[in-house]
Write a protein that binds this ligand. Structure first.
Ligand code: TYM
Length: 335
């Protein structure tokens, strides 16, 4: 049986890297798998770096709203908040006790982030919480961007070790990538689009705000004058065209760039049209949901109940397998 699980942190605004790298796949999987597709706003992950407590609940709501606006249907799939299902933290503790320190220390995201912030042990434990998210539902299909591959490899190791020590309990989950958006580049043209780098295009940003960012986005560095032919393969704007524009436009800008038929600002204007076409309907649905916040709260409450019902039996089995007193009493019928 296939069960999909994925998560997104409620830190910063959801950007087009999240959208193309993960959320679009979630919507698609939700349609295919129905209630076998679970999506989670991972607020306990978000507090592993310094954050503002007074903003966390609003950001969590906002992340749910964007997912619903992007097309996730709560009647069909399960969308919930991580902290609303306490089984996540309980399984995390159990898995942490079984995870070698070195495995956590070698995670590249830990190394990157620990260079930017003072290191809280929660940041080190982050991948164990992610493993718990996935294993709690015995999910085997994990729609994520490429940046999560190392965490998934660790999840498989955690599952293998647990199965070896305590008996077959968890399937080994695999990443599901969107081929055209493995790693969406940031507007700085330097690195992956990332909330922490300030190089994002938010899915709720206005065309004016996006145009402003695109104006500053570097294109092929070798194309200095309008008359210089360009190489689309070295241009961030072209990468965005491949996400937003029609095939005909993508082919046209590729050809015209190479023969200096269009300039970079024409090319950016064409891109903006594609962006507006893709994001306007999402933004309209987001505005509607904002007027009916109860719809979002209800979806999350229903999701919480559905997720908890799936998580509890797994946690019971785990408790029993690792030999906890309460679980033994229940399974042997002792009072
Ligand atoms: P987060 O919140 O950083 O990102 C959410 C999703 O967006 C993808 N993504 C990208 N994809 C392509 N290009 C980009 N520039 C880009 N930036 C972000 C991420 O790969 C991710 O799929 N640790 C996870 C959250 C998590 C999780 C889980 C995921 C917690 N538990 C269990 C899967 C399963 C994270 O920080 O995602």
């Amino acid at each position: 049986m296939t069960r999909a699980f994925s998560g997104i942190q409620p830190t910063g605004d959801i950007h087009i890297g999240n959208y193309f790298g993960a959320i679009q796949n979630w919507v698609e999987l939700g349609r295919r798998l129905g209630k076998q597709a679970l999506f989670c706003i991972v607020d306990y992950h978000a507090i592993t770096i310094p954050y503002r407590a007074e903003e966390l609940a609003d950001r969590t709501f906002e992340a749910a709203l964007v997912n619903l606006a992007a097309g996730l249907d709560p009647a069909q799939t399960t969308l919930f908040v991580q902290s609303s299902v306490p089984a996540h933290t309980e399984l995390t503790w159990i898995l942490l006790t079984q995870t070698p320190l070195g495995d956590l220390e070698r995670m590249t995201q830990f190394k990157d982030k620990s260079g930017q912030h003072s290191v809280l042990t929660g940041l080190l434990a982050y991948p164990a919480l992610m493993a718990a998210d996935i294993l709690l539902y015995r999910a085997d299909t994990i729609p994520v961007g490429e940046d999560q591959d190392q965490h998934l490899e660790l999840t498989r190791e955690v599952a293998r070790r647990f199965n070896f020590l305590y008996g077959e309990t968890f399937p080994e989950p695999r990443a599901l990538h969107t081929e055209k958006a493995l790693r969406v580049p940031g507007t700085d043209g330097q690195s992956k689009m990332s909330k922490s780098k300030g190089n994002t295009i938010g899915v709720l940003e206005s065309p004016g705000q996006i145009a402003q960012k695109l104006r500053l986005t570097p294109t092929d560095p070798a194309r200095v004058r309008r008359s210089d032919p360009g190489d689309p393969g070295r241009c961030t704007i072209y990468t965005y065209h491949q996400l937003f524009s029609t095939d005909a436009t993508v082919q046209m800008v590729n050809w015209e760039c190479r023969r200096a038929g269009i300039g970079c600002s024409d090319c950016k204007a064409l891109l903006l049209r594609g962006i507006e076409r893709e994001l306007t309907p999402l933004q309209q649905r987001a505005a509607e949901l904002r007027r009916q916040p109860d719809q979002v709260h209800q979806a999350l409450e229903q999701g919480r109940r559905e997720a908890a019902a799936l998580a509890e039996p797994t946690l019971e089995e785990v408790r029993s397998r690792i030999g906890l007193y309460g679980a033994k009493r229940t399974s042997s019928g002792l009072q």
